[in-house]
Design a protein around this ligand. Structure first.
Ligand code: SF4
Length: 360
């Protein structure tokens, strides 16, 4: 797992977004100890260690399921890029720390979960094991800086980065970086690293979430107080934008508080008067549609296939995966085929979700 020593107390990919957006954060964080690890973070570390090859890490059922899902999605992604000829006998580099140099000196590092590369093409994968929303791959400086590191370490000029988050609805998001994107990002990153050494400029935003300096940062606290004294209609557009940026930090703050209370109650069930740990709700899941159908047809006869199918749902992702496998085609072709067949035979409904706010 990552440690301060391993990073030589230099900036790293996990803080890249903060470094680029708030150059003064680097100086303010110096000397502040790492926060105590939450239960969720410890669980994430176990899953990452297992995925990195340490098969002795003890996992509970949920963690094992997370590992299985990560491997399954990874396999699908690798197969997809093999099928279109981008990955041929790829080399896999797992959990390796790689450095960015300036005038021969180490200035920045990063460690990815998996990199598959062949020739000048790379597929870089980052596993997110939490249930929180995470930045999508195409708006994620951590992944972009890892792509820069991979491109410079292995002479890659075309890198796909993937955030694999099995609990999220889409399960993964992708972003593509060509040579010109990687050169531009490398330059932006080097500028940010240099600026962080001297700048006191601090800009609060969603990148504050993991900043250790929150407790002594006036700019962050000003933002947090604005939430407390919020008055409808009294906020400027920019103030509302800043508050929206703070949303994930506040959510994270409350989740951390909850984890800490659970941990204390596990240690001592009577530690907090008026609060106790109640067992989680029981869950049920059909683990095999095939076996369920077998049971239904044995119990009621085989004439209920239509009723059975109308009780089943298939997601667009799984339908496309099925077409891709049966047709031996690429994801793009499977998407095109699904759209064509669905429209021709009348089983595809198209719609549009409500508008979303997007930074431009
Ligand atoms: S809390 Fe936010 S504004 Fe303050 S130093 Fe950290 S990243 Fe910058």
């Amino acid at each position: 797992m990552q440690t301060i020593d391993e990073r030589l107390n230099l900036p790293s990919a996990s803080s890249a977004e903060r470094l680029v957006n708030c150059p003064g954060s680097w100086a303010l964080e110096q000397g502040i100890k790492e926060l105590d690890q939450t239960e969720d973070a410890a669980s994430g570390d176990r899953v990452h260690a297992f995925l990195a090859g340490d098969k002795h890490v003890p996992l509970d059922d949920q963690e094992q399921e997370m590992v299985n899902q990560c491997e399954r999605i990874t396999g699908k992604l690798v197969d997809a890029y093999k099928a279109i000829g981008k990955l041929t006998d790829p080399v896999c580099v797992s959990e390796k720390r790689v450095w960015l140099f300036n005038a021969g000196k180490k200035v920045f590092s990063g460690r990815w979960d998996r990199l598959y590369y062949s020739g000048t093409f790379g597929l870089l994968i980052d596993y997110k094991t939490g249930r929180n929303d995470v930045a999508e791959a195409d708006r994620n400086w951590q992944l972009l800086s890892l792509a820069v590191l991979a491109s410079e370490a292995y002479d890659l000029n075309h890198v796909i980065v993937a955030i694999v988050q099995p609990w999220s609805k889409g399960q993964f998001t992708l972003a593509e970086y060509e040579a010109s994107d990687l050169i531009k990002a490398s330059s932006q990153l080097r500028t940010a690293i240099a600026k962080a050494q001297t700048s006191q400029e601090r800009r609060p935003g969603k990148w504050c979430e993991w900043c250790k300096a929150k407790t002594k940062c006036a700019e962050f606290q000003g933002n947090a107080l604005a939430v407390t004294f919020y008055q409808q209609g009294a906020l400027t557009n920019q103030a509302i934008l800043r508050l929206l940026d703070a949303k994930s930090q506040i959510n994270k703050f409350y989740k951390d508080l909850e984890s800490e209370l659970k941990r204390r109650l596990k240690e001592d069930p009577n530690a907090i008067p008026g609060l106790r740990l109640k067992p989680g709700a029981k869950t049920r899941e059909i683990t095999s549609v095939k076996e369920f159908w077998k049971t239904v047809s044995e119990q009621f006869g085989p004439d209920h296939a239509e009723k059975f199918m109308s009780a089943c749902e298939i997601g667009i992702g799984n339908a496309e995966a099925l077409i891709k496998e049966l047709e031996c085609c690429s994801w793009e072709q499977a998407t095109w085929l699904l759209n064509q067949w669905g429209k021709s035979f009348g089983w595809l409904a198209e719609g549009q979700k409500a508008e979303q706010l997007e930074r431009v």
